[in-house]
Ligand binder design. Structure first.
Ligand SMILES: *Cc1c(COP(=O)(O)O)cnc(C)c1O
Length: 356
């Protein structure tokens, strides 16, 4: 076994909801710990999946995902061959780590951030270097720039960042990229970009065409509500796209998933409604946290990161009452996925009721 693997802590995934609900003995259990879409999935996706002809079941899927590729390229204004699809954005994190890292390399992140970057750096024998966020939990770009060494082969920028929800401007990101050597990859994870109020001005989607060491990543798991289908993609510069196609397993994205993603992309009305409802609910939460004197980060995403002196006890109380929040990301802090209006109201009622 690789020495780098022997020391890893296995990832603890979310338990199936039905099983956990039985365990807790609650009538209803709402998962607000995984940043899933609380409004479900577009009905157009259900229809497209039902229309899929089962007589293709014994055939391999289209390895190039041609229909989906054309649709994404058109929407994001990139060349079709800049796109690489993956089994969720998670698989893209695996692929780029395998491709660009060797034992002894360094991977630079602003922390706290998504744990998968560090996990896959560790598997490749690379060292994770974390520059803490500023007091308001925004990225310390000056700190990141001064941590750049010849050993740094990858820099991850999660924008908006998970778990803080904070968003950085495109100009700040581009100014940072100009300080990064061309041999260091800058990976911009835009899993939550759809939720940003001025998403089209914030996205770095056009940067891989301008800087060949920049990669921009998206997923259908969050605003598009396709978490179960496992589909994400990245946009590479023309220099690296063919390399990535070589690393990728040829049939990684199955046909049902391709069909689902095409239908989801076509139903922008569903995405717009999801984003609009999330924005309204985000404002309610911000007002609640402000009124009740909580410290919280300014979120541009579908979750909020907030502090509570009894964070773990509060999370346990909410769990016993049917609501799951994400713990363990920073001592004394919890991450809450913004749910439906009804669930948010019930959750705020429970939080106000919690005996301290
Ligand atoms: C959810 C998430 C992903 C992975 O999503 P997939 O379901 O694997 O597409 C990637 N990055 C961040 C920051 C996320 O929160």
């Amino acid at each position: 076994m690789k020495a780098s693997i022997r020391q890893l802590q296995p990832y603890v995934p979310e338990k199936p909801l039905a099983e956990l609900q039985r365990e807790l003995g609650v009538k209803k259990l709402v998962r607000l710990s995984a940043n899933e879409n609380p409004y479900g999935t577009s009905p157009a996706v259900e229809q497209a999946v039902k229309n899929w002809s089962f007589d293709q079941a014994n055939r391999y899927p289209d390895a190039e995902a041609r229909v989906l590729r054309a649709a994404v390229a058109k929407r994001e204004r990139v060349a079709p061959d800049q796109l690489v699809f993956s089994v969720g954005l998670d698989e893209m994190i695996v692929m780029v780590s395998r491709t660009f890292l060797e034992p002894g390399d360094q991977v630079l992140v602003s922390g706290p951030t998504f744990s998968e970057y560090g996990l896959h750096a560790a598997i490749e024998g690379a060292e994770l270097v974390t520059v803490p966020t500023l007091a308001n939990d925004h990225v310390d770009f000056a700190g990141l720039a001064s941590a750049l060494t010849p050993a740094v082969k990858m820099v991850w920028l999660c924008n908006p960042n998970n778990p803080t929800g904070t968003v950085e401007s495109l100009s700040a990101i581009e100014a940072f990229i100009r300080q990064v050597p061309a041999t260091t990859m800058v990976l911009i994870d835009e899993a939550y970009l759809d939720f940003v109020p001025d998403a089209s001005e914030t996205t770095a989607m056009q940067l891989p065409s301008k800087y060949e060491n920049v990669v921009v990543m998206r997923t259908f798991s969050k605003a598009y509500g396709l978490a179960n289908f496992r589909i994400g993609y990245a946009v590479f510069a023309p220099k690296y796209a063919p390399t990535m196609q070589a690393v990728r397993l040829p049939y990684n994205v199955n046909s049902l998933t391709q069909v689902a993603a095409v239908a989801a992309l076509a139903d922008q009305d569903f995405v717009k409604k999801t984003v609009a409802k999330n924005a309204v609910e985000r404002r309610h939460w911000q007002a609640y946290f402000t009124t009740n004197g909580y410290q919280f980060d300014e979120s541009a995403a579908n979750f909020i990161f907030f502090a509570d002196p009894q964070a773990d006890e509060l999370a346990e109380y909410l769990r016993q009452n049917g609501y799951l929040l994400r713990t363990g990301l920073r001592p004394g802090w919890l991450r809450l996925t913004i749910g439906t209006a009804e669930d948010n109201a019930e959750l705020r009622r429970l939080m106000s009721e919690f005996k301290r």
